[in-house]
Design a protein around this ligand. Sequence first.
Ligand code: F6P
Length: 523
Amino acid sequence: MTDRKSLFKNLEALASQAPAIVDLFNTEPNRLDRFVMREGPLRADFSKQAISGNALDALLDLAAKCHLEEWRAKLFAGETVNTSEDRAVLHMALRGVGGTKDIQDDVNQMRRHMAEFADEIRAEGKFKSIVHIGIGGSDLGPRLVSDGFEAMAEQALTLRFAENVDGASINDALSGLDPKETLVIIVSKSFGTQETKMNGLSARAWLSESLGDKAGEHMLAVTANRERAIDFGIKTENIFDFWDWVGGRYSVWSAVGLSLQIAYGPDVFSEFLEGAEAMDMHFRDQPLQENLPVMMALTGIWNRNAMGYSSLAVIPYSRRIRKLAAFLQQLEMESNGKGATRDGEPAGMTCPVIWGDEGTNGQHAFFQWLHQGTGLGGNGGAPVDFVAVLKDHENRPEHHAALLANCFAQSEALMIGKPEAIVRKELGDRADIDALAPQKTFPGNRPSTTITLDELSPFALGHLIALYEHKVFVQGVIWNVNSFDQWGVELGKVLATTILDEMKAGETGHHDASTTALMGLVT
Ligand code: F6P
């Protein structure tokens, strides 16, 4: 058995003597050769991480000792990697990589069916709008990708999303739409999710008011549980299936992306899949030291387990992918936010908090904390993933140059900081210099990775998302957690059902005093 504890201790010892990041550029003149990687349209610069060449060797050794290559082979071979749910994990098969011939045949059939269906709807012109209903993995991917496609593709139908059980969500989604021209797609792997079912019922009532019996012709379902969709009242021919080996948060590549196919066209969606496929092959075939998802994962392990950071900020300097942090919150935190290992042992430090917002907006909000905030490990602040798109898709060259300059400046500023000596020199002989100088000092040495995409094509977007998916897998292997279950979301769901039933019955049930009082506000 791998003694992870001692391997992590070794990393901690290395981190305690880690040189300042700026110094690494002097002591390792060829640093970029090892710390910058490119695959297709994506370049990732890890050189502004507080990781020396020696530390990287130790991280690669850790990956090898955690049997990463064996786990990677098991993943692509379709072995039961999701052990607690007894399932294979094969979202890569949706982009043509891995799985058996039978699986590939099923996938190809589904892809053909989706493409033909999307083409038909687009050619017919009957529908002008789509309302995509789903939550979590049945929502976040399509939402992120829809915005991302806007950079280079044309949306032929209006696409709205309803996810929250808050009535505002479905009201906003339906507002101003004509039921006669609206297609409602209910997306739920389980078809048992409270929010989605409730929004689906409200959408159906809205359609029925104008269309009567014909409402069913305007409703589709995408699910891995056909029976439940039929019970809900969806016509069998209007159901698109996917499989239990596709995890919800890895499902945008499946029929969950049907609304994207209809709105943007099957060719755009195929290009998106191809981008992910290229990253799958890179991850599957490249040695660990030249492997982008591995490098990204190891960087995260270093920051979490050696430097002690408890969060990671993800800042896209591209409005079109501004929902990246929200998407990654589910992908990373639902996958690796685990407290027990696969063997039932305490897992130690696993997934950090993922958070962020688009740049430059964040600069005027939380960047103060990134530059000078304290606590939360390392030097304070948090490591950052900057994500930028090199091509200007908005025909605003001046805006774009300023956007990129801000992105690059922030990573530099976080790293170099501003030493107190320089601040004191600038302040001269002011009487309040002792109070002011520390306030104007930037500690620096705050790590970041900068990912650039040559352009925000569907291909590049697929590449980027698949990169993060595989990063999550690698980190799960190293932390020895099952990245593909999510038992931690169950308790709240069960209690919400009980509380809703009790509130409807005018009861307060048996709860703690606080919960009882809150329920009393409603009953
Ligand atoms: O809340 C947890 C979760 O099960 C996610 O894993 C999933 O993506 C989401 O709910 C929605 O589930 P479903 O697609 O089954 O409606």
